[in-house]
Design a protein around this ligand. Structure first.
Ligand code: ADP
Ligand code: MN
Length: 176
């Protein structure tokens, strides 16, 4: 018998500024999982095809990223933090968390991050039109998706508590 993962893999996704990195790092600590900040990994390991001067971000090389992560994902116990989700293998994840933030709150967070013009606008629209939520619903089974509000610090601590409890009760599926 081949042993599958003994700890779950969780994807934390959502529009930039919704709180993925803050939530994922708190959860990683609380639930003893490894936080993988995809944006940073892509920069660090050059898993990109250069810089997009219009979108002001790296052009992700999805194949390089997935190859880089495959072994770690097989062994389980990861929290993957990224603002996209459709190109990851579906089999990687036991839970997909979509964080959502009200528009005026997100606006302030992105302004604080120094976003402006087209970049600010397109991220706000991404959230208004629930682009990431739809992407998640098109890519993963509905019963593994949790959509969670991330407006306040209280939301964040409620989310971390709920997710920590989910991790604690997760049972590895039997392999045939
Ligand atoms: P992301 O990784 O999704 O881009 P971050 O975790 O970097 O988002 O959060 C962006 C900013 O918003 C940070 O300054 C963070 O402290 C703040 N923030 C995120 N989530 C919340 C929340 N639920 N309540 C209050 N502030 C938050
Ligand atoms: Mn982040």
């Amino acid at each position: 018998m081949v042993l599958g993962r003994q700890k779950p893999n969780v994807l934390v996704t959502g529009t930039p500024g919704t709180g993925k990195t803050s939530t994922a790092s708190l959860l990683a600590e609380a639930a003893h999982l490894r936080h993988i900040n995809v944006g940073e990994l892509v920069k660090e390991k050059h898993l990109h095809d250069g810089w997009d001067p219009d979108l002001l971000c790296h052009i992700l090389n999805e194949d390089l990223l997935c190859d880089e992560l495959e072994e770690r994902m097989k062994s389980g116990g990861n929290i993957v933090d990224y603002h996209g989700c459709e190109f990851f293998p579906e089999r990687w994840f036991d839970l997909v968390v979509v964080l959502q933030t009200d528009n005026s709150i997100l606006y302030d967070r992105l302004m604080n991050r120094g976003y402006s013009g087209q970049k600010l606008q397109s991220n706000l629209e991404c959230e208004i039109f629930q682009v990431i939520r739809e992407e998640a619903e098109e890519s993963y089974r509905r019963d593994i998706i949790k959509v969670m509000p991330s407006n306040t610090i209280e939301d964040m601590s409620n989310n971390v508590e709920a997710l920590k409890a989910w991790v604690a009760s997760w049972v590895a599926p039997l392999e045939s």
